[in-house]
Design a protein around this ligand. Structure first.
Ligand code: NAD
Length: 269
């Protein structure tokens, strides 16, 4: 952790943010690749090394790309599954799980496919873009949970046991629709929240990027956490320019203390 970040943010902004969190009755947290950056998982737009640099993500994350070179696409996701398996939730993920204990209505809407929120202990999670550890039949409806590359020794991509089509990761590729249930739940929660934390997203990928505007339109406050201003910062009531792994534990601790105080003051002697 870089201790200097604390000095660069107006402490009153942090206090204000903590008060909003503590007062929230319906809190939604929208997360993007940035929340997992401190777990060592490269973000989408910032990555400049390895496979991200050598290949065009559009080629590796489209149906057309898969049809053109299914082995390459499978191996790329296999590589990313290895990265995710070796990673651990960071203090940002863990703080959100802790926050759910304090504010049981909290829902995490994530664009991430890495499953780290669940591993950190969050339970109300809407995965908008799927999950890299789940694979599915390219043509049919067959789903294979908890895919293990280590246990599979055959040709890649593997084939569906029902119809013999290729298997593919159960993630949303460019040009594909988001899963209907998840996007419906995301908008429902967004339109009914009173505060949205927007954490580690560039706000470039639709329709996730339109959720903060939808929340604001219904009167919710927006608290953004990102070291850099993003495409949705103009909507934010508060922008805390810090890493989520640094600031989320602080916000959570402060909100917890405020809730405790509120509980004590609300209890007659
Ligand atoms: P993005 O890569 O477009 O943007 C990442 C954002 O995170 C940037 O705004 C950056 O400033 C911010 N950031 C970087 N480090 C941070 C930190 N420590 N704390 C807080 N913020 C930090 O990511 P996106 O907006 O999520 O969109 C990219 C798409 O790629 C999404 O659809 C997502 O599904 C996918 N993706 C997922 C993962 C993952 O599952 N971990 C990783 C890469 C990409």
């Amino acid at each position: 952790m870089n201790a200097n970040w604390y000095k660069t943010i107006d402490p009153e902004l942090i206090e204000h943010g903590a008060r909003l969190v503590a007062q929230s009755r319906r809190l939604v947290v929208l997360t993007g690749a940035g929340v997992s950056a401190e777990s060592g998982i490269p973000t989408f737009r910032e990555a400049s090394t390895g496979l991200w640099a050598r290949y065009d993500p559009q080629q590796l994350a489209t149906v057309e790309g898969f049809l053109e070179n299914p082995k390459l696409v499978w191996e790329w996701y296999s590589y990313r599954r290895t990265l995710v398996a070796g990673a651990s939730p960071n203090p940002g993920h863990r703080a959100l799980a802790r926050l759910e204990q304090i504010l049981p209505s909290l829902v995490v809407i994530t664009q991430n496919i890495d499953g780290l929120h669940r591993r950190a202990g969050s339970s109300r999670i809407i995965e908008l873009h799927g999950n890299i550890n789940r694979v599915k039949c390219f043509r049919g409806d067959e789903i294979y949970e908890n895919w293990s590359d280590e246990d599979y020794k055959g040709e890649v991509p593997p084939r569906c046991s029902k119809c013999n089509s290729f298997l593919r990761p159960d993630v949303v590729w460019f040009g594909e629709s988001l899963p209907e249930r998840e996007i419906g739940e995301a908008f429902y929660n967004t339109e009914n929240c009173d505060l949205m934390l927007v954490v580690g997203t560039s706000g470039q990928v639709q329709p996730a990027a339109s959720l903060p505007a939808a929340a604001r339109h219904k009167g919710a406050k927006i608290l953004e956490i990102n070291p850099q201003p993003s495409g949705i910062s103009f909507l934010a009531d508060i922008l805390l320019q810090a890493k989520s792994g640094d600031i989320l534990p602080v916000l959570t601790e402060k909100a917890e203390k405020l809730k405790e105080l509120e509980g004590r003051e609300g209890t007659p002697e």
